[in-house]
Design a protein around this ligand. Structure first.
Ligand SMILES: [Zn+2]
Ligand SMILES: [Zn+2]
Length: 343
């Protein structure tokens, strides 16, 4: 396996063309200042935003197919808006027929919220989407936002990061199950910021809550590419979308720590990262290089897998299957890898 190049980016962003507030210049500038190289803007049922390279950031447009009550779906690699007034199984197909692929957005928003924002959930988990947004920053926050008093509202905004508690168990469970029964190599996962830079005025003076730049410093997709991103936008877009479709990304909340861990499987043939497939030999190790104090869990085919550490954080892999890693810092969810397939 050749050398990998990693690029930080954000997915699931709303602009002024739907319920966000920024234009492509403002959003790309915030992304650059947050250290991102690429972003995907997904307005509700709309693809009017311009794409290209802005402020040295590759700006790609997709669509959040957004029926009113439930079943939001992030569609990438399409050129025209897919209508949201058809059944979810039909827009999953329609995205594919239009040459794209899609991820179920915020599938398990809480039904026990202490605020008036209605949860938008994915209803039919027997469907087979192309991938899942396993962690959505804004949904996670909204699930824990309490608007019952001025004090709880103030707490929710000032200590906003405390309200973000990680992917839902039921989402992870669904994702693992889809991977276990998939005859495809991988059912990939992404994280989404669901950035809007909303302006609100409840209890307080109108302010921009969660400006784009602060969203962009939270849930980040670290993409592993086989080559450096070229200057040509069309080529770069293809590389980025192909990698997302293949699960070549690591999910990290950079607010917890921006020290990006290195998670890879190595053997005599080289190093293999998220979304890669390799043939097992006698020297196949899972390597986790991260900061002190980080605790990790290793999963094989969705089940916790205890392997005695060899040296440092290298684990000899004796079994074939789909391996993935979760990392926690001070008990808080921090990093989720896509599976690496050992065959
Ligand atoms: Zn949505
Ligand atoms: Zn959204």
């Amino acid at each position: 396996m050749a050398e990998k190049y990693s690029y930080a980016g954000a997915i699931h962003i709303h602009s002024k063309f739907s319920d966000g507030t920024g234009d492509v210049f403002e959003i790309s500038k915030a992304a650059k200042n947050a250290g991102l190289k690429w972003i995907i803007i997904t307005d509700h049922d709309c693809m009017d935003i311009e794409e290209g390279i802005f402020n040295e950031v590759y700006v790609i447009k997709g669509e959040e197919i957004s029926p009113k009550v439930s079943n939001h779906y992030l569609a990438f690699g399409i050129n025209n808006v897919i209508p949201s007034d058809i059944a979810p199984c039909d827009y999953i197909d329609s995205v594919r027929e239009n040459g794209g692929f899609g991820f179920v957005a915020h599938p398990d928003e809480s039904e026990k919220r202490k605020n008036s924002a209605r949860p938008i959930r994915w209803e039919d988990k027997s469907l087979m989407p192309d991938g899942i947004e396993i962690w959505n920053w804004f949904s996670d926050w909204a699930d824990h936002y309490d608007d019952s008093s001025i004090f709880s509202v103030a707490y929710s905004y000032i200590f906003r990061h405390n309200l973000v508690k990680g992917p839902k168990n039921e989402t992870i469970h669904w994702w693992d199950n889809l991977n276990n029964k998939s005859d495809r190599d991988i059912v990939p996962a992404i994280c989404g910021v669901d950035a809007h830079a909303l302006r609100i005025s409840k209890y307080i003076l109108p302010v921009t809550v969660f400006p784009y730049i602060s969203s962009f410093k939270t849930l980040t997709n670290i993409l592993y590419l086989p080559e450096q991103l070229p200057m040509d936008f069309v080529e770069a877009k293809k590389l980025i979308l192909d990698a997302i479709k293949s699960g070549n990304n690591l999910i990290i909340n950079r607010h917890i720590s921006a020290a990006i861990p290195d998670i890879f499987v190595s053997n005599s043939l080289g190093d293999f990262y998220c979304g890669d497939t390799l043939k097992k030999d006698d020297t196949t190790f899972l390597n986790i290089k991260t900061i002190k104090g980080a605790e990790f869990k290793i999963f094989l085919n969705g089940k916790i897998y205890d392997i005695p550490p060899k040296e440092g954080n290298s684990y000899k892999l004796e079994k074939v299957g789909k391996y993935r890693v979760e990392i926690y810092l001070k008990g808080r969810p921090w990093v989720f890898s896509n599976p690496i397939i050992v065959s």
